[in-house]
Design a protein around this ligand. Structure first.
Ligand code: FAD
Ligand code: HEM
Length: 407
């Protein structure tokens, strides 16, 4: 517990931290990786290049400092981060390292502004924040380990089958290499982290589980080949490795399911699922789960893709919608043709627009959105304008989340 003057001192530091945010974080990471190159096995190198991760971690430390008198105010964000940390294998002993180099960077950049009194208050605040994370993360690790089929850290899984589900997406069915049970009661929408080794480093990436939890003894993930620049040498590290090198029979290291973007099957209000591109993966799990476990619950799925080449799980979706009268599925092809509509490959040509959302998403719906950042930005801001409360809008960003903002 912190005394009131200390709280005041910490809060007074926050504006300066925010103002010099990128300078501090750049210095922080450079110094930390210089002293602890082993941490390059945990942090995503491409996110480092883009600066997204820098922004995300540091901004949330400042947000926590600004709420130091009541950390429960930022609990949803803390839960999201703690889940991500656990999926990556972040340990209690990592916190003092991050604290040390973040503090050094703050001192470097802010200089004389950081009086001994400020420094001591800041250190107390960081300890309090990290204790909150450590406690929650220990709890998550314990639950993962103790539940049926649970495990700690990374566990070898064998690729049981590999299937091209769209031109740019390959699905992998994974089973535990030791033949022992795996966690089957994960929540629809959760992800696992996959670890691969390449160029002398370990690389960790999250992939959403796309099947219904329970009963399969396997996990299914679907990985999009990422090449934003359309130049092979700049293709995504892990996704290109999976597309080029991972085949049935191969082994991948996988961490336990985690994540807070999950469908709550105890609710009965309508569900709206809005997916763009590979964002369909967690949505598939939610759709399958609700169709199987809540056959009376109304579901609206809207799925936007470029054209039929990129339309993943097309047959599964068709079957699901035909077999479940409460499920309504609408496919949008951005570059579709009249023939696509005639052949009923898609329902509309173009994007999911405000008019469609207005007409099809009931005001009391629980809405789940997953797709590229611009897609989510448009969907969420439109829904908010149409009166949907933020508490009913759930989203997952396939990258560092706190650098994501809704207009
Ligand atoms: P990275 O190496 O991380 O590169 C990222 C991007 O930068 C790529 O687009 C790449 O083309 C570009 N790039 C790389 N090098 C350069 C360079 N030198 N110059 C310019 N650009 C460059 N993905 C899925 O496919 N399916 C899922 O179900 C899924 N679920 C996810 C769930 C969560 C919770 C999260 C956080 C992410 C999820 N992702 C999913 C995304 C996934 O984790 C990876 O981020 C994605 O596969 C890209 O990783 P990569 O290693 O291939 O790309
Ligand atoms: C990701 C916050 C400490 C390792 C993140 C993210 C945030 C965050 C906001 C982005 C979440 C997302 O992807 O949506 C914090 C805070 C910390 C802290 C507030 C301290 C109080 C640590 C520590 C480590 C660590 C001690 C371990 C060395 C990571 C990694 C990622 C991450 C590896 C994902 C990185 C990536 O995508 O490159 N953290 N973090 N964090 N954090 Fe932390």
């Amino acid at each position: 517990i912190m005394d009131t003057p200390t709280i005041g001192i910490v809060k007074s530091l926050v504006p300066a931290l925010q103002e010099h945010g990128s300078e501090i974080t750049t210095r922080f990471y450079a110094k930390m990786f210089e002293a602890h190159p082993e941490l390059l096995n945990i942090f995503n190198h491409s996110n480092q290049r883009d600066g997204l991760q820098q922004q995300a971690l540091a901004t949330s430390v400042y947000a926590a400092a600004a709420n130091i008198d009541d950390l429960t105010a930022i609990l949803p964000a803390v839960k999201h981060i703690a889940n991500k940390h656990c999926s990556l294998g972040v340990k209690p002993e990592h916190y003092p390292i991050v604290g040390k180099y973040l503090t050094l960077a703050i001192q470097d950049v802010l200089g004389d502004v950081v009086t001994p009194e400020l420094l001591s208050a800041w250190k107390k605040a960081y300890t309090m924040i990290s204790d909150a994370f450590i406690q929650l993360e220990q709890q998550i690790y314990q639950e993962e380990e103790q539940c049926r089929g649970g495990w700690a850290g990374f566990r070898p899984f064998t690729v049981k089958s590999r299937q091209q589900v769209a031109e740019d997406i390959v699905a992998l069915e994974l089973e535990a290499a030791d033949g022992q049970p795996i966690i089957e009661d994960y929540l629809p929408g959760q992800y696992v982290t996959v670890k691969i080794e390449k160029d002398g480093f370990e690389h960790l990436r999250q992939y959403s589980l796309c099947d219904v939890p329970g009963s399969h003894h396997t996990y299914r993930i679907a990985v999009k080949f990422e090449d934003t620049s359309r130049e092979l040498q700049r293709a995504g590290l892990v996704s290109s490795y999976i597309h080029y090198h991972v085949r049935a029979g191969d082994t991948l290291l996988v961490s336990a399911p985690a994540g807070v973007f999950t469908l709550d099957t105890t609710l009965t209000n309508p569900v709206a699922l809005l997916a763009g591109g590979v964002g369909i993966t967690p949505i598939m799990s939610m759709l399958r789960t609700v169709a199987e476990q809540q056959p009376d619950r109304e579901v609206q799925l809207a799925y936007a893709v470029r054209d039929h080449h990129f339309h993943a799980f097309a047959d599964d979706l068709k079957q699901l919608a035909e077999g479940a009268p409460t499920v309504s599925s609408t496919i949008f092809y951005e570059n579709g043709t009249e023939e696509d509509v005639e052949q009923r490959r898609c329902s509309y040509i173009g994007r999911i627009n405000a008019a469609w959302l207005e007409q099809h998403i009931p005001g009391n719906a629980e809405v789940y959105v997953c797709g590229p950042r611009p897609f989510m930005q448009v969907m969420i801001s439109t829904l908010l304008r149409q009166g949907h409360p933020m508490e009913h809008i759930h989203y997952e960003v396939f990258g560092p989340a706190l650098s994501f903002s809704v207009d």
